[in-house]
Design a protein around this ligand. Sequence first.
Ligand SMILES: [Zn+2]
Length: 77
Amino acid sequence: MFGHDRAARARSYGVEPREIVRVDEGEETASCNGGGGALGHPLVYLCFEGKASVDCYYCSCRFAKPGYFAGERATAE
Ligand SMILES: [Zn+2]
């Protein structure tokens, strides 16, 4: 409404709006290096800690299990 949605905030930080990467249901951790190259960052491991999704604190990429997408649909805002 006031023109400062999340995408606009992301742009102001100089990063692309977050991507969502699917991972298998059984995974306990995801690894991310930002895709490598100029947009990359050091390889980090992100623990799900029982949650359906986890966000990379470097590049804001979101790693999500199948349950995340099912839950998103059920609880859509
Ligand atoms: Zn990352």
